[in-house]
Write a protein that binds this ligand. Sequence first.
Ligand code: SAM
Length: 266
Amino acid sequence: MTNTAKQLKQDYGDDPIAVRETGKYVDEYIGGFVEKWDELIDWDQRAQSEGRFFIDLLKERGAKKVLDVATGTGFHSVRLLNEGFEVISADGTPAMLSQAFRNARANGHVMRTVQADWRWLNRDVHGKYDAVICLGNSFTHLFSERDRRKALAEFYAALRHDGILILDQRNYDIMLDSGSKPRHTYYYCGENVQAEPEHVDEGLARFVYRFPDGSSYNLNMFPLRRNYLVNLMREVGFQTVTTYGDFKETYQQDEPDFFVHVAEKR
Ligand code: SAM
């Protein structure tokens, strides 16, 4: 099934927890989900809660040319364009890129977009970048280790010799290790969007996202363990990986909900 703005229902077939495919993401981000998400997640609020972490990090490293490989609706690309970075905005989902383009336009930019799947990134995205960013818990859409290695190798190849990859992930370790503890609900930017894990095992984290109008959507993701991912980044050639803990949701706990990895090629 192709992803169009008209498609109103996600389709996971008769056994949703059996759906563990890298290519599924294009069908998951259907029109209604993309638009609702973007409408309800207030960009100013998101920018406030995230602060200048990524911007400062990129500026400290002297990065000028940035490739956003998981543009989504454009939040990070637009923030970086506002700060004067040269940004190329890639994503595998056309509906995401068109929404991102509109959002950039509304912020006074003409976004340079490329539709590209990470597994074949360098086929569609050319040139070398000071930084590649893959944010918003996007890497979790890859379901096989082969795809993860391939994607990381493609990110590596798109970087200049001293470039950096900034990649974030949800803290799945807590979820996988919590056993029978009650399920946790995550709230995004106030109480507008609620996210809850519906099913978690070592090969799948299926989340449900509930919106104030009663509609709900799912995402099937691979629950990446933090150390596993750090090792993988090292194995594909990144020399140093530094991990930061980052509280993104309003829920507070001792362990961060998100990790941000900064992987250096040099
Ligand atoms: N970075 C954005 C944000 O934080 O708002 C979007 C995050 S969204 C959770 C994940 C994005 O990754 C989606 O736009 C999806 O289309 C993209 N994506 C997932 N798997 C991909 C792949 N294999 N190749 C290219 N894009 C992919």
